[in-house]
Design a protein around this ligand. Structure first.
Ligand SMILES: *Cc1c(COP(=O)(O)O)cnc(C)c1O
Length: 404
């Protein structure tokens, strides 16, 4: 009897495995590896609990998978392009606009290709805005702990950059900004929310106070909030990404980080005033004046974003934001308990600590850093939605055992 059962179970199991097989062994192996690795993907800021299953069901059921859509063109104009999802892209921007302190009728934005694409638009729009309103090219100020994309993009755009020293925890030092400032030129300031390795949040108010000392100097502030810009609006610290308080002109956020869209995309928002002071590119066949950098743009990502707004929305995102903050505190506390040197910035979900063994790094896909002020070699964990207390316990146990 028992044997009959197990044969039936075995048959069922093989059938299920067969049903999932692609017919390509290389691909099947790849899927298995991913599913296993996903559980302990701790070092990088992606939400491994994507909630798009129902979206894909809808997409296939309605036959949208055979439609080739493209969001080339401006999503914020009155006439959405045919065969695009501009309408939904615009709704996404209008949903997020008030969360970052933009007014609905004074915002411009798009669903970008990534956080980097958002920074590219922020830096490009900032430089053109400053040049077109002052006839002078700006100097870019950004901290030495900010994401490398900012520096790369300034290189790409041929902009002069002053890299500002940050403090031990990774925040731009206001006095260093002041020392570096050249008030005879406009200032394009990129604030990091947060910095890549230590998860530091630049103190916008303290840095703005430095800029305010030079009322004659034209200033453009871009907020690089790829990771923290996802969850901060859904916490009691939402003021940190509210432009009514912080006075930034544009902001970039990644869609695949906190929001868990299953492949890269992002949000870029700026004021209409910034948008209205860009260089004109009249493109007749797109029926418009094209400000954005890319021609063809993804039309499916805005649909996914829109779907998540309907199915998750502020309520679920608030719960998740609370969960990741709690789990971050928990990870810090458990590392302290085993006396493993560790640090975390305020409002950050990134805990950095003394670098563990090679084996632990591999097992939990940790990202590595280095800082002589913090015992030299370091590693970090970014506490995203899939980094639960249970998984943190597994990590701590492995780490503690590796000490012996
Ligand atoms: C991840 C990140 C980026 C890069 O964003 P992508 O979406 O990976 O291009 C830029 N800045 C910060 C602060 C980040 O966390």
């Amino acid at each position: 009897m028992k044997r009959a059962f197990s044969i039936a179970a075995l048959l069922l199991f093989s059938f299920a495995a067969l049903a999932q097989s692609s017919g390509f062994p290389l691909l099947d192996e790849y899927v298995e590896k991913w599913k296993e690795g996903q559980q302990t993907f701790f070092g990088y800021p992606v939400n491994e609990q994507s909630a798009l299953h129902s979206f894909y069901e809808w997409y296939l059921k309605t036959g949208m998978d055979v439609v080739n859509m493209n969001n080339a063109g401006d999503p914020m104009t009155d006439t959405p392009e045919k065969m695009s999802s501009h309408l939904f892209e615009r709704e996404v921007i209008e949903f997020f606009a008030p969360l970052y302190g933009f007014e609905k009728d004074k915002v411009w934005g798009l669903v970008s290709h990534s956080g980097t694409d958002g920074n590219n638009h922020g830096i490009y729009f900032g430089a053109k805005y400053l040049y077109n309103t002052t006839q002078k090219m700006p100097i870019v100020y950004v901290s030495d702990e900010a994401h490398y994309s900012n520096l790369r993009l300034c290189d790409l755009q041929n902009l002069e950059v002053k890299l500002i020293k940050s403090d031990l925890m990774g925040r731009m030092i206001p006095e260093e900004l002041e020392k570096a400032l050249d008030p005879s030129r406009p200032a394009l300031v990129v604030y990091a929310m947060g910095s890549t390795f230590k998860g530091a949040i630049d103190d916008q108010q303290a840095l703005n106070a430095v800029l305010d000392k030079y009322p004659e100097m034209a200033v453009f502030r871009h907020l690089d909030a790829a990771l923290f810009g996802g969850y901060l609006p859904f916490t009691e610290h939402s003021y940190m990404v509210d432009r009514k308080i912080q006075r930034f002109d544009s902001i970039a956020i990644s869609g695949h980080k906190f929001f868990g869209i299953d492949s890269p995309c992002g949000l870029f928002l700026c004021t209409r005033e910034v948008y209205d002071n860009q260089n004109s590119f009249n493109v007749t066949y797109l029926n418009g004046n094209m400000r954005m950098i890319n021609c063809s743009r993804d039309a499916v990502q805005p649909l996914k974003f829109w779907w998540l707004i309907q199915t998750m929305g502020a309520e679920k995102w608030s719960e998740q934001a609370q969960q990741i903050m709690e789990c971050t505190a928990y990870l810090k506390q458990e590392l302290d308990k085993i006396a493993w040197p560790c640090w975390v910035n305020e409002h950050s979900n990134t805990v950095f600590f003394k670098r563990p063994s090679e084996e632990i790094i591999k097992k939990f896909t940790l990202a590595l850093g280095q800082d002589k002020h913090f015992s030299g070699p370091l590693a970090h964990i970014v506490v995203m939605q899939h980094v639960t207390k249970e998984k943190i316990d597994t990590f701590i146990k492995a780490l503690n055992e590796s000490k012996n």
